[in-house]
Design a protein around this ligand. Structure first.
Ligand SMILES: [Fe+2]
Length: 231
């Protein structure tokens, strides 16, 4: 057995003195490269600090024209790990347009922008922890890291409580989407039941007859039934 007096991680390779090891090998010899931040590096759009307006949760009416695509109503209830509704929670969503294109310039997919759709909205939960959005069903898009993989249709959710440390980020998927099995993000969740908790349910009670299809997406912020979150 090898005998030594110091843990292995403080033993230096032969020929290295401590000053050389610390200063010449581990210290950067060139100036640090500052990587410019881009919108795509952010985990969410920047909405500002103002109180959500009355139409901020209606992504169908943010421009002069009507967005392309299937118009939908998305609603749900936000609860904590004890099943209690979470009121006054800021719920932000962001998503691709009906063609599967995000509004920012760093989206590399060769698809068209929709001049009548930005893809960002926000609202506050009411006293029962409920939220509602009107928007369009987003298109799927190819995953830039792997041409064989596709992101299934999804809406990003960011939920913020009274402090930024309480932020909860997740994604809503659509029921029956055949691309769910090829989605590289959803596939990272090993528990099949947890993956199912990301899938909204069709909800005709929430539909606006002749205008929108309704979906319900409840969000649980912790506990054994928690909605899977991004970290
Ligand atoms: Fe996305």
């Amino acid at each position: 057995m090898r005998a030594y007096t110091e843990p292995w991680w403080v033993q230096l390779p032969e020929g290295f003195s401590t000053p050389e090891f610390d200063t010449e090998i581990w210290t950067p010899r060139k100036p640090l490269v500052i990587v410019p931040s881009r919108l795509i590096d952010s985990s969410a759009p920047v909405y500002g600090y103002g109180t959500p307006g009355p139409t901020d949760n209606d992504l169908l009416s943010q421009h002069d024209g009507v967005p392309m695509g299937e118009h939908i109503t998305v609603h749900g209830r936000v609860t904590d790990s004890w099943g209690r509704p979470v009121r006054d929670m800021l719920v932000e969503i962001w998503q691709a347009n009906a063609a599967g294109k995000y509004v920012h310039d760093h989206d590399p997919t060769p698809k068209p922008h929709d001049p009548h759709f930005t893809g960002a909205g926000r609202t506050l939960t009411n006293a029962h922890g409920e939220y509602t959005f009107k928007t369009i069903k987003p298109g799927a898009y190819p995953w830039w890291r792997d041409p064989e993989a596709w992101r299934a249709q999804h809406i990003h959710f960011g939920l913020t409580g009274r402090g930024l440390t309480e932020r909860y980020v997740t994604q809503m998927q659509f029921p029956g989407d055949p691309l769910l099995s090829r989605d590289p993000v959803v596939s990272t969740i090993p528990d099949a039941k947890a993956r199912e908790r990301l899938v909204a349910e069709l909800d005709w009670e929430a539909a606006i007859p002749g205008i929108t299809v309704g979906y319900r997406f409840d969000i649980v912020l912790g506990g054994v039934h928690a909605t899977p979150a991004e970290h």
